[in-house]
Design a protein around this ligand. Structure first.
Ligand code: ADP
Ligand code: ADP
Length: 219
């Protein structure tokens, strides 16, 4: 099954063409790393696939859904149901304990608080952070924060896990742990798309590396 299909995608910001005709397919079970110099359009591509932004032209299809046909409400639902995202700087809520940060993701989907906590605890166990469940983000190490963010991203069993520089803010040891985690997730079938400058991360986790330059896919 094809999870992502981009066809002739163009994205303009004023005079700038951030993406200049990108076509790409990602099959279920792949781990694709997108690499390329700063400003080449990596984040723009990720944002379009996440339904956070719309292309100027071209087709963006994820999990058989043509995102161009969804209105804002449809896109918001699509994001919650199909996409998990992790970021360089974690984006956790500082005034909520780790477990609540994660449980909240499912409660927004209409799951009961009890079910959400149960699923969150399951993930904390799997990710090896169960003992940190009541800690506030500020007291967690970078690696622990990223694992909490991964748990949050996995709450709704997303068809696609998107990661934007997931090791960019981590020391090399925590970075390695997050790489191992992403590798494990992919090996149990999670489809993964990661944007990174980190060649080591790409080589360790990716089943395929896509190189971009000047708004185009070059390899
Ligand atoms: P990368 O993630 O590879 O560093 P980006 O996708 O962030 O590249 O940016 C691609 C190009 O589009 C850059 O020239 C950037 O300045 C421009 N760009 C990205 N987002 C915006 C935006 N919201 N408004 C204006 N220009 C943007
Ligand atoms: P990255 O570190 O992945 O390259 P950036 O710092 O380029 O990310 O971009 C972070 C956010 O800012 C993105 O959502 C991007 O679309 C937006 N952005 C990037 N360049 C510009 C710009 N020139 N004007 C406005 N927004 C931008």
């Amino acid at each position: 099954t094809t999870v992502v299909r981009l066809d002739g995608v163009r994205k303009e910001y004023g005079e700038t063409a951030a993406l200049d005709g990108v076509s790409l397919r990602i099959e279920a079970g792949e781990a694709v790393a997108v690499m390329g110099p700063s400003g080449c359009g990596k984040s723009t591509m990720l944002n379009l696939i996440a339904g956070l932004d719309r292309p100027t032209a071209g087709l963006v299809e994820v999990h058989d859904e043509d995102l161009g046909k969804l209105n804002e409400t449809g896109l918001a639902l699509f994001r919650r149901r199909r996409i998990g995202m992790i970021f360089q700087f974690f984006n956790l809520l500082d005034d909520l304990p780790a477990l609540d940060n994660v449980a909240l993701a499912a409660q927004l989907m209409g799951v009961t608080a009890r079910q959400a906590r149960r699923r969150a605890l399951e993930l904390f166990d799997e990710l090896g952070i169960a003992d940190r469940r009541n800690a506030y983000p500020a007291t967690l190490s970078g690696g622990e924060r990223q694992r909490v963010a991964v748990a949050r991203a996995l709450m709704n069993r997303p068809a696609l896990l998107l990661a934007d520089e997931p090791t960019g803010a981590l020391d090399s040891r925590s970075g390695e742990q997050v790489m191992d985690l992403l590798l494990d997730l992919n090996q149990i079938g999670q489809t993964l798309l990661l944007v990174t400058h980190d060649r080591q991360l790409a080589e360790k986790c990716a089943t395929r590396v896509v190189e971009m330059a000047d708004g185009r896919v070059v390899v």
